[in-house]
Unconditional design. Structure first.
Length: 237
């Protein structure tokens, strides 16, 4: 993965929602967000229309890698999460807890955490010193337009945050980066900081007619390293 070739306007809406609410909205999940009384599903509905089939996430175990594909070197003992229906894989710490996979009308989310927990429900608040990451596959029109996807999502969140009931919580975009994946597709990543000083990491790229979002909090250096292992694989259904 390398920098270059992609420009985005994610610095436009400077202040958004709290990190937890933003992560939940990016995940298109049904879990209630406690920050600023944000209705997560309402946020998702701003971005996704209802007239399309649900995306499907499939994880395989044990992990495998396509022949001829070199495994990225990581600082952690890695296992590979694969979604052949969407056409991507990435490495994450082998000790992490994975699941559940939750579906919405136009997207699905899988939770990854550094701590042990039940996998029949999305995790709640991240314990101190731990790390959480959500991997989301979303259907959205127009397809293949990463700049439009990122910009419209952030603009929609900014609109919600500016509503009178939600003006107590803000979040600043601290850094953003344009990236190019190994197959030449663009990606965008940025770090945000909440008004309480907590930080979150967000990574976006395209997947054929879908989009992949990795979002998380905790050890940001580790999250960045995980995102750098995102690789395209052959799509199978």
């Amino acid at each position: 993965m390398k920098a270059g070739g992609f420009r985005t306007t994610i610095r436009g809406p400077k202040y958004l929602l709290g990190v937890s609410a933003l992560a939940a909205a990016l995940g298109a999940c049904a879990a209630p967000a406690s920050v600023g009384d944000i209705d997560v599903q309402a946020t998702v509905d701003l971005l996704l229309t209802a007239n399309a089939p649900a995306a499907t996430l499939v994880a395989t175990s044990p992990p495998t890698t396509p022949a001829g594909t070199a495994q990225p070197t990581t600082s952690f003992e890695a296992t590979t999460y694969r979604d052949p229906s969407a056409g991507f894989e990435f490495d994450h710490p082998a000790s992490w807890t994975v699941g559940p996979v939750e579906q919405q009308s136009r997207g699905g989310i899988t939770a990854f955490t550094s701590w042990s927990r039940p996998t029949d429900a999305l995790p709640g608040e991240t314990p101190a010193g731990e790390t959480r990451m959500d991997a989301t596959v979303q259907l959205w029109d127009p397809t293949g337009d990463l700049n439009a996807f990122v910009t419209r999502f952030l603009d929609s969140l900014a609109s919600l945050a500016s509503a009178p009931a939600n003006d107590a919580i803000g979040i600043a975009v601290m850094s953003d980066e344009s990236l190019t994946l190994s197959d030449g597709r663009p990606a965008a990543a940025f770090v945000v900081e909440g008004s309480d000083g907590s930080q979150g990491y967000f990574f976006f790229t395209t997947l054929d007619d879908k989009y992949l979002v990795l979002s998380g909090e905790g050890d940001l250096a580790l999250l960045i390293e995980i995102a750098q292992t995102v690789r395209p694989i052959e799509i199978t259904y």
